[in-house]
Ligand binder design. Structure first.
Ligand code: SAM
Length: 230
């Protein structure tokens, strides 16, 4: 991904950040998927919005991103916390995490191969606990319409009194995306996600709705490890 995407963060107010993670965080609490015992990896952490929102209620939350600049910023901003930030996948501990979260990351992966490779690697980072899982939000499907997507985010932002902030994020952020020649969006049908997940030894479930405000434009998947003696 082009480094100029870092500039996007200048157009994201705290209200926009909150909208980007609040449904996912509320769901994790409701389903009791995080607790003081949990070890979580925020994969593709960016500004660490997800990690920061659960930092106080989990045992450990680390971050990984392919952009070294993002990781440097995370390290600087979270120097007081015990979180560890990785910019090299080789450094991610094996079999440590109970939960791996990818919020709005899959769509930016360069290719299906990168996605498939990620699923295999994630299998080695997840703990042996039978409740361990990986959650993918914002997986873009074939019928995706960026206009419908933007409108549903703006509608939600209006309800939450964050319309102006979201408008700037969508319009200016969208413009930056175009000039920075960001990777084309990775589009993955349900069948493809299931196929790649099963190949990497994950059970795969698509939730009835995405854990963001994209309203039918994106999908959320829950992956749980296939245990060998099943
Ligand atoms: C839209 S941001 C989402 C950031 C964060 N997860 C959040 O919820 O705010 C997408 C992030 O995915 C990262 N990313 C893109 N491709 C990646 C890959 N192949 N592996 C890891 N991270 C990746 C980008 O660097 C960027 O920080």
């Amino acid at each position: 991904m082009d480094d100029s995407n870092l500039e996007l963060s200048h157009f994201r107010s705290d209200k926009v950040r909150r909208l980007g993670v609040e449904k996912l965080i509320a769901w994790l609490h409701r389903e009791q998927l995080v607790g003081t015992y949990s070890k979580v990896l925020d994969y593709g952490c960016g500004e660490f919005d997800v990690g920061q929102s659960i930092q106080n209620v989990v045992g450990r939350v680390d971050g990984f991103d392919i952009r070294k600049e993002a990781i440097l910023r995370c390290r600087r901003r979270n120097s007081h916390s015990s979180s560890v930030f990785f910019d090299n996948e080789e450094d991610i501990p094996i079999k440590l995490y109970d939960l791996i979260l990818l919020n709005g990351v899959v769509q930016y992966m360069e290719s299906e191969q990168v996605f498939s490779d990620f699923l295999k690697k994630a299998r080695s980072w997840i703990s042996d606990d039978s409740n361990a899982m990986t959650i993918l939000t914002c997986v873009i499907e074939e019928n995706y319409s960026p206009v419908r997507d933007a409108l549903s985010w703006l509608k939600e932002a209006f309800k939450k009194k964050a319309f102006v902030a979201m408008f700037f994020h969508v319009v200016i952020g969208g413009w930056y995306t175009i000039i920075s020649k960001q990777n084309p969006t990775l589009v993955l049908s349900k069948e493809k996600v299931e196929k790649f997940a099963n190949k990497a030894n994950w059970h795969c479930t698509r939730l009835p709705e995405d854990l963001t405000y994209s309203n039918g434009e994106r999908s959320t998947y829950v992956l749980t490890p296939v245990i060998c003696n099943e």
